[in-house]
Design a protein around this ligand. Sequence first.
Ligand code: NAD
Length: 358
Amino acid sequence: MGITPEIARRYIQDGHLVLVEHGAGQGAGVLDESFGEAGCEMVGSAWEADAVVTIGPPNETARSRLTAGAWLIGLLRPLDEPRAMRSLAGTGVTAMAFETLPRTTRAQSMDVLSSQATLAGYEMVLEAASRLPRIFPMMVTAAGTIRPASVVVLGCGVAGLQAIATARRLGAVVKGYDVRASAAEQVESLGASFIDLDVALQDPSTSGGYARRLSGDDSSRLLKGIERHLASADAVITAAAIPGRPAPTLISAEAVFGMRPGSVIVDGAAERGGNCVLTVPDRVVEVGGVTIVGPTDLEARPAADASRTFARNAYELFRYLNDPATDGADDEIRDGVTITRDGRVVHPQVRALMEASS
Ligand code: NAD
């Protein structure tokens, strides 16, 4: 849910009327009464409001209820479904998407992608630990010493780094790999070792902090290099992504066949095609004794914390956008998040993607 009673109190203190749909907090264990006590008005539909905070994009019915000129703030999938932004523009709303928020220090408190990826990284490790037929930490017992599990994390952005931190806390020996050069230091600062492959590391400062797609040659060298490290891993967590593109392939079928029976792959990129070629979204498949899991609900699992962090991020963005001091031309955050305005798709990256896909 896009709001909690605690955050609702802040909107109300700032002078806003807060409408919450009946049952909105159910999945996160928050009852309607708690919103009522916070001063919210419970309604059947909140889509008609002057500013709507939503987790995902509105469906057709919800879209038809939006008010022209209103604000729509949420994870609207502008980079994955750029053409759908045209219908959103048609409603006359100013649609603002967290996916295109600049990844800057100033925008950190509004960064839904980071807060949700952090939770996903943690959940991926729990998923791997619960499916592995062995434990993560080393244990010295009267029956002998149990060696620690060996975990490989591929894609060390926000989710991958949290996966490393969680696996380390559970006592595993962890290795990490990312194509961004700056990830090496971050991986090592968490007590993991960085996998060195025969592929030039990228400086993504010219691409908004994001990795770029690899050339065909680099990609095959990467697959081969990773294969060697997977052969000795107990659990592999993948969280590699390139915004607006299918997930990069990092694990080939051969690499899976080379893994030890009983080992586990948790593919955090399942929703975008997967980092492993054998991943099936929302399914658990077994190949040669290796379990491959492709969960697409990772952020939703810790629903209360996901809601708490999302609501806080959304409130910070709303407050920022309402601040007259940031209302001038060329505000990096405002321009970054605004996808549609006055009936048009105005975001340059989304417009370029729309043109490329039409
Ligand atoms: P993301 O979810 O888009 O991608 C996850 C990771 O996959 C990235 O680290 C990326 O480099 C990696 N990746 C892509 N292709 C790969 C490949 N072929 N092989 C291996 N790894 C590959 O990324 P994210 O977690 O959203 O983070 C993106 C960037 O934004 C990072 O540089 C991060 O440090 C930065 N960031 C900055 C802030 C801030 O300053 N406020 C906040 C969050 C993230």
